[in-house]
Design a protein around this ligand. Structure first.
Ligand SMILES: Cc1cc2nc3c(=O)[nH]c(=O)nc-3n(C[C@H](O)[C@H](O)[C@H](O)COP(=O)(O)OP(=O)(O)OC[C@H]3O[C@@H](n4cnc5c(N)ncnc54)[C@H](O)[C@@H]3O)c2cc1C
Length: 442
């Protein structure tokens, strides 16, 4: 641990102070003026969580990518994130900066996509999440879910038509699987697709769909009424019968615009059906990759929380000594750091197994479940160590703490992912119970 505190630089705070207004309409007091003992997260702390030199495992291309993302996120996003998070608005003006990272399209090769390795994508998601998990989720839904569905399950014409502008973030996409009545039980969808002359008619509802309030294209999953199998469709923004309303009052990932979608006889032409999705098994090909990517979000979030805590504890004094000098805080810092090292190594190994073509669904599920569980412990340690400031979004850890909650629950909840792994290792499924008086669905 470096002995002297990081020099203060509150440029980011001061630039925001003029346009911030409190909830009761008064100008908000700049946090750096109200609490001069510690630097807020708008001036992001240096990265100090790589204790076991994970960097040595990365090639120079990957290191360069990470450096570039770190610079853009710390410079462009850190100064504005608490304001937008509080307002629950997406900072649309930074989309060009996010596009400049060159990560949209991830592992897809060709069609203007970057063709990254899985570990490059993983490191990229961690770096974005280290500063802001909402931005990471925005890219994840767009790239690792929607674009990847087109990349893996679309026709050549669909890939040529849609992927190049999505890769540049000139157009934005979303991915609609979850429904109001079917979350974990997503294979039982009640949005229906009926074949008509020249296309399909979609009827139903979707819930929680990230980016959907402004997405140019929406990937919508629906049950084909003729075959009772799940199909996927590319629905365009503004299609007659399509309504999207924003879900308000979230406590986490507040910048992400999650929507409720209503589909009332929405016509989709034949050319916009994704012919590679003919059952839930086909969706699992996409989820295998996205679940690994989601596992890297908690890794990045905890890196940021650790960096913040590390700086704060050396700046803030109580009883005449920096908080970092107290043994009880030192134990908590070490516990956080140990968790991060273990999480990184699990995340790194699952990428290797995927790239070797040997990854099983149970392995991906355990990585996502275990990493998000450890991350929950890690960010709650950070939250408590910042005392009162641990509940202010300005100091990052409260935001990190809240942002982790939806991640713990999406892309398969912790419980569902544990049950997927347990089914694989025991050969016994506990996912669909037998209700007395009803026939078992096992
Ligand atoms: C911020 C956010 C963003 C999201 N973005 C998207 C998106 O872009 N696209 C999309 O399609 N979806 C999205 N989702 C939906 C997400 O995938 C679901 O919320 C998730 O799958 C859980 O479903 P649910 O919320 O309906 O919970 P439920 O399925 O109702 O589960 C509630 C609780 O019951 C438990 N449970 C459920 N079934 C079982 C069982 N068999 N055994 C034991 N326990 C069980 C769960 O673990 C959980 O604790 C998003 C969700 C959130 C919160």
């Amino acid at each position: 641990m470096a002995p002297s505190p990081t020099p203060r630089d509150n440029r980011g705070d001061l630039s925001m102070s003029s346009n911030k207004t409190s909830r009761i309409g008064l100008p908000a007091l700049d946090v750096s003026l109200a609490f001069p003992q510690a630097t807020s997260a708008s001036v992001f702390p240096p990265s100090v969580s790589d204790f076991y030199q994970f960097d040595d495992l990365l090639d120079s291309k990957c290191k360069d990518l990470r450096k570039k993302i770190r610079m853009v996120m710390e410079k462009e996003v850190a100064p504005i994130m608490a304001t937008y998070w509080e307002k629950a608005e997406f900072p649309y003006h930074i989309i060009p900066e996010l596009a400049s990272l060159g990560i949209a399209g991830g592992t897809i090769k060709g069609y203007g996509c970057p063709g990254l390795s899985l570990i490059e994508c993983a490191v990229a998601f961690a770096e974005v999440s280290r500063v802001d998990a909402s931005c990471a989720t925005f890219i994840l839904v767009h790239s690792s879910l929607a674009m990847l569905t087109i990349g893996l399950c679309g026709s050549e014409e669909q890939k040529q038509k849609y992927l190049p502008s999505l890769a540049k973030l000139s157009t934005v996409s979303c991915w609609g699987l979850t429904e109001p009545d079917y979350g974990s039980d997503a294979s039982s969808l009640k949005t229906f697709a009926t074949k008509v002359n020249g296309g399909w008619v979609l009827d139903g509802q979707k819930r929680w769909i990230g980016n959907s309030t402004f997405a140019d294209i929406l990937i919508i999953f629906a049950q084909n009424t003729a075959e009772n199998q799940i199909n996927a469709f590319i629905v365009k923004k503004g299609s007659p019968g399509l309504e999207v309303s924003k879900i308000e009052n979230k406590i986490g990932l507040r910048m992400v615009q999650n929507g409720d979608i209503l589909l009332k006889k929405v016509f989709v032409p034949d050319e916009d059906r994704l012919s590679g999705i003919n059952s839930f098994k086909d969706i699992n090909k996409v989820l295998a990759v996205s679940r690994v990517m989601v596992a890297w979000q908690p890794i990045g979030i905890t890196m940021g929380a650790y960096d913040m805590c590390h700086r704060y504890l050396r700046e803030r004094k109580q009883f005449g000594a920096p908080l970092a000098a107290f043994q009880i805080n030192q134990e908590k810092l070490v516990r956080m750091l140990g968790n991060i090292q273990a999480m990184v190594l699990v995340g790194w190994r699952i990428c290797n197994i995927y790239e070797s073509g040997k990854m099983t669904p149970g392995q991906a599920s355990m990585a996502k479940a275990w990493i998000s569980l450890r991350a929950r412990e890690t960010v709650s340690l950070a939250r408590e160590m910042l005392g009162g400031n641990g509940i202010l979004s300005d100091f990052l850890v409260a935001k990190a703490f809240c942002d982790l909650e939806p991640i713990y629950s999406y892309e398969g909840t912790y419980d569902i992912n544990c049950m997927v792994t347990a089914r694989e290792i025991t050969g016994l499924s506990s996912i669909k119970p037998t209700i007395p008086g009803k026939r078992s669905r096992l």
